[in-house]
Design a binder for this molecule. Structure first.
Ligand code: MF3
Ligand code: CO
Ligand code: CO
Length: 287
């Protein structure tokens, strides 16, 4: 099996899907405050994707082999939830951290991205985890260029996260994306430089590290003795977990982040150092 290469028209379609996915997060941002429920966040996002964007929420009814159909239009992963949290009726509390992961299908093409939100006034440890995870994602993105290998991305993320004292989740990875939500390649967030597939212009994949404040091990969420919902993953040691995600294109000279919009958090300085040069385009939010 090989990694799909997108042509110019397909890349244009992916730029649109990516921008729309990012704009859903922009729209949600002022709403993510103490008291709102994740179900309400889901409803706002669903309505925006369908009514405003003319798109389809990719997660709603999504059912990979062995899973139940996902019941919501986004994932909300709160505190010790690593990924795939299902929106529910509990209100967000001051000090929570929550990942909101949105995937929009527009004209048949997928844009996939997530951000961390700090609810009200969170402690220094929670804020540092979110910040380091953001930078870890960008350490991976900054490796993307033709001739680099997937192992270079994973290695950059792992060494950065581990030197900050955190652990990288191994069981979930980034993924190729296009007409399909998840396609080749798998993008591991750990690894060894110079290993795995070589990147070529026209490849599009996500980079979406899950970083734990404690140990890297995870488990299915059966908190409170409830039956497993089939999706929600938590840290085994109940430590906090954070995640950020962008959809990234390999260009002739470097990379282009496709999930950008006016509200995209600006890249860290180490990623913008070459901005305007050959390495990267569309890094920053449009003015
Ligand atoms: N958006 C997630 C990703 O980044 C996948 C969510 S699948 C769902 O790949 F069914 F849990 F929504
Ligand atoms: Co993804
Ligand atoms: Co996602």
């Amino acid at each position: 099996m090989s990694i799909p290469i997108k042509n110019a028209a397909e890349i244009d379609a992916m730029r649109l899907a990516g921008r729309l996915a990012s704009e859903v997060l922009d729209m949600l941002t002022p709403h993510i405050r103490p008291g709102i429920t994740t179900r309400e966040i889901d409803r706002l996002a669903h309505e925006h994707m369908v009514e405003v964007q003319g798109g389809i929420p990719a997660t709603l009814g999504y059912q990979p082999p062995g899973y139940p159909a996902f019941p919501a239009s986004l994932c909300t992963s709160l505190n010790d939830v690593v990924c795939h949290g299902i929106p529910d009726d509990r209100p967000l509390k001051d000090g929570d951290i929550v990942n909101v992961d949105v995937t929009v299908i527009k004209d048949g093409w997928h844009g996939d991205n997530s951000r961390m939100f700090v609810v009200g006034n969170a402690g220094i440890a929670a804020r540092r985890l979110c910040q380091i995870t953001f930078e870890a994602m960008w350490k991976g993105i900054a490796k993307v260029r033709p001739g680099a290998r997937l192992g270079d991305i994973g290695h950059a993320i792992q060494t950065f996260a581990e030197s900050a004292g955190y652990a990288v989740v191994r069981e979930f990875c980034g993924h190729g994306i296009g007409r399909r939500f998840h396609e080749e390649p798998q993008v591991l967030h750990y690894g060894r430089p110079g290993t795995l597939d070589e990147l070529q212009p026209g490849m599009i994949f996500t980079i979406e590290p899950m970083i734990n404040a404690g140990r890297r091990e995870i488990k299915e969420d059966r908190r409170g003795g409830r039956p497993y919902d089939g999706w929600t993953i938590v840290t085994k040691d109940r430590s906090l977990s954070a995640q950020w995600e962008h959809t990234v294109l390999v260009t002739e000279t470097g990379y282009e982040v496709l999930t950008v919009s006016a509200g995209s958090p600006p890249p860290p300085a180490f990623a913008t150092a070459g901005y305007g040069g050959a390495r990267a385009t569309a890094l920053a939010a449009p003015a």
